[in-house]
Design a protein around this ligand. Structure first.
Ligand code: AMO
Length: 443
């Protein structure tokens, strides 16, 4: 047996390195993505982990002869000479003149949807029904590479700011966010719930690590089929102690978003280009109080009846307003009404009708909720009682307050929501790799 070096080299030379190997034979491994057979020669596009590599077959290049088992979606090892390719705009490109193709596996059937064109053109439902296949399309897979970049940026930035990454349980004794959108689980002889958020646990970890974050799935039993709700989504959460004000949380989020956008522009440039992503420029993010934003919506939009929260059309209006007024794709809305925020939210001591909380709108869609939390034991117990909750049922959560907690706060960002509006999708399902909604639990 060979030595276990702990390193398994990547299977294909990255395309960016081709320019240093002109005239040399190189081998790449990937799927045969597309074949354009021109009788005496053929263009064969190989799909590697992140790229499409143009390879050209001609009997003139070597003794190798194309065989009928070279079909789209077969896994192959392709060897060829790196040569400059002819481009219409004169830009520098390279291709491989094929000298051998070794077939590593053969598909049993032709894909049910055409994935080798620039874009998958089927409807959303078909796109999702065949997700394991449609994700192979370069534009589809680029969506989730961008999504990786967003999570990675969040993680890298918070790690640089002294946050500790944690994992909290998803099978819980209570729903953290209140309301009815909680999944009940049959757990031996007890009733338990799937986590709506890591809220109760991330707070418990503040006196332990001071600053924590988590990127993990959460579950919401949304009964409506909307274009912005999923039943399982990835929540990017953080919680931090010793804050002076809830604006510290907004400040930290601004830093994280700046870092993320910069990371996308640099390390995800290929996907940004492929998907023509309009990556937002962030300097500072403007803020508006809920009350003022509501007044503006009521003045400008018709039929606003809910005075306690925003309808999607109000968020869209506020997004446009922030763009016009501040040239900002983002807008913080602060001081939401106490009656509309969860039990753990700190009321504003100057006006207990409102809370020290915020939402962040991105291009007119809520992507974040956050705020300062109650850290005082008596205050939290009182608020629970006022809301008709039984504090005894939350005794493990209340250990946080009972045994001492610093002033703290945090936020949760919906990863699919950010991805959706970054990429300009009308439906959040395009931004979920394997979405779970009221009608879908497969694939
Ligand atoms: P909230 O419930 O507002 O706050 O959720 C935070 C963010 O999660 C996203 N989101 C969703 N995304 C897809 N489908 C859904 N059904 C869905 N529901 C919410 C949104 C939203 O802004 N514990 C608090 C956060 C905190 O205060 O730390 C919470 O979960 O982008």
């Amino acid at each position: 047996m060979e030595d276990m070096t702990g390193v398994v080299p990547v299977t294909s030379m990255p395309y960016a390195e081709f320019k240093n190997h002109v005239g040399e034979q190189v081998t790449i491994k990937g799927a045969i993505h597309n074949i354009r057979d021109m009788s005496d020669f053929a263009f064969i596009i190989v799909r590697t982990a992140r790229e499409l590599v143009q390879c050209v077959y001609s009997p003139e290049f070597s003794d190798y002869r194309l065989t009928p088992d070279v079909v789209e979606q077969c896994a192959a090892k392709v060897t060829g000479k790196v040569v400059p390719s002819e481009t219409r705009d004169g830009s520098e490109r390279f291709e491989l003149q094929i000298s051998n193709i070794e077939i590593l596996s053969t598909p049993a059937a032709i894909p049910p949807v055409v994935i080798s064109k620039k874009q998958v053109t089927c409807d959303l439902s078909t796109l999702l029904d065949y997700r394991p296949v449609t994700l192979r399309n370069p534009k589809e897979r680029a969506i989730f590479k961008i999504q990786e970049g967003i999570q990675r940026g969040f993680r890298e930035y918070l790690t640089s700011q002294n946050f500790t990454e944690v994992h909290t349980p998803k099978i819980n004794f209570a729903g953290a966010e209140g309301g009815t959108n909680v999944f009940k689980l049959d757990y031996f002889d007890k009733t338990v719930y799937l986590a709506q958020s890591p809220q109760l646990y991330k707070q418990a970890l503040v006196p332990v690590y001071e600053r924590v974050f988590e990127i993990a799935p959460v579950f919401r039993a949304e009964h409506h089929d909307t274009s912005r709700h999923l039943n399982e989504y990835i929540s990017m959460d953080f919680e931090m102690g010793f804050i002076d004000s809830f604006t510290d949380i907004m400040n930290m989020e601004t830093g994280a978003l700046k870092y993320i956008m910069n990371l996308l522009k640099t390390e995800y440039a290929a996907e940004v280009e492929l998907l023509k992503v309009d990556v937002p420029e962030i300097t500072t993010i403007p803020c508006i109080r809920f009350k003022d934003a509501k007044e503006m919506c009521v003045k400008k939009l018709k039929n606003i009846t809910d005075m306690k929260d925003f309808e999607p059309e109000e968020e869209a209006f506020l997004g446009k307003w922030a763009k016009k007024q501040f040239n900002s794709d983002f807008l913080f809305v602060t001081h939401y009404l106490s009656s509309k925020r969860p039990f753990y939210t700190m009321d504003d001591p100057e006006d207990p009708e409102v809370t020290l909380s915020f939402d962040l709108l991105f291009r007119g869609l809520e992507i974040t909720s956050g705020g300062q939390r109650i850290h005082d034991y008596n205050m939290q117990v009182e608020k629970m009682k006022k809301l008709g909750m039984n504090p005894e049922e939350f005794d493990t959560y209340l250990m946080l307050h009972k045994y001492g907690a610093p002033p703290h706060g945090g936020l949760g960002i919906g990863l699919e929501r950010v991805t959706m509006h970054l990429l300009g999708f009308k439906n959040v399902r395009y931004a979920a790799m394997f979405p779970r909604d009221i009608n879908r639990v497969t694939p």
